[in-house]
Design a protein around this ligand. Structure first.
Ligand SMILES: [Fe+2]
Ligand SMILES: [Fe+2]
Length: 178
């Protein structure tokens, strides 16, 4: 079988510098937030499209994207945080951080509850039948979106930086004793 040459990697000087946080395990969590924000925008487009054009192929495609994300990577992201980020913070015994982690876990529960209410309607659109209620989507989406965006803002402004500090301190201890 003929061997295909791999594309040449550009010299280091031509590659963009990777930010510091790209090496501490948080890059995929940050990426998941960007994906969630983008998907909430697509969800808004879907609801506006249903209102203006009704059910058509475009609506089906938008709904399929929304469904795949919030049933898949969106949900996995919350599991990852509960497994990989929150326990580290709770182990510090800091009452303020404990309260924040409780709130974030509660948010995950509410996001999940809200999505359970929305998803059958999105699924109906994705499958191309009229079993969806537009007024319900119009009323519930802003609540879902606000909850999601507040949640991400709290994680990015307070909780991820604290978790990064914990990780950096553990790494410094490890290097000091190596
Ligand atoms: Fe979260
Ligand atoms: Fe998150």
């Amino acid at each position: 079988m003929p061997q295909t040459a791999l594309p040449q990697r550009p010299p280091r000087a031509q590659r963009p510098n990777r930010p510091q946080e790209a090496t501490d395990g948080f890059e995929s969590l940050d990426e998941a937030h960007r994906a969630a924000v983008a998907m909430l925008e697509i969800f808004r487009r879907l609801v506006a499209h249903l209102d203006e054009q009704g059910l058509d192929v475009t609506a089906e495609q938008l709904a399929a994207q929304v469904l795949a994300f919030f049933d898949g990577p969106g949900r996995h992201h919350h599991d990852d945080e509960e497994r990989l980020v929150f326990p580290e913070l709770v182990s510090l015994g800091d009452a303020e951080l404990d309260a924040l982690v409780r709130r974030l876990r509660q948010d995950h529960h509410w996001i999940d509850q809200d999505w359970r209410e929305l998803s059958p309607h999105v699924k109906a659109v994705a499958e191309g039948y009229n079993g969806y209620e537009l007024p319900l989507l119009q009323a519930a989406l802003p609540v879902f979106e606000a909850l999601y965006l507040d949640h991400i803002a709290l994680e990015e402004s307070v909780v991820y930086p604290a978790a990064r500090r914990v990780r950096a301190a553990a790494e410094a201890r490890r290097l000091a004793t190596a």
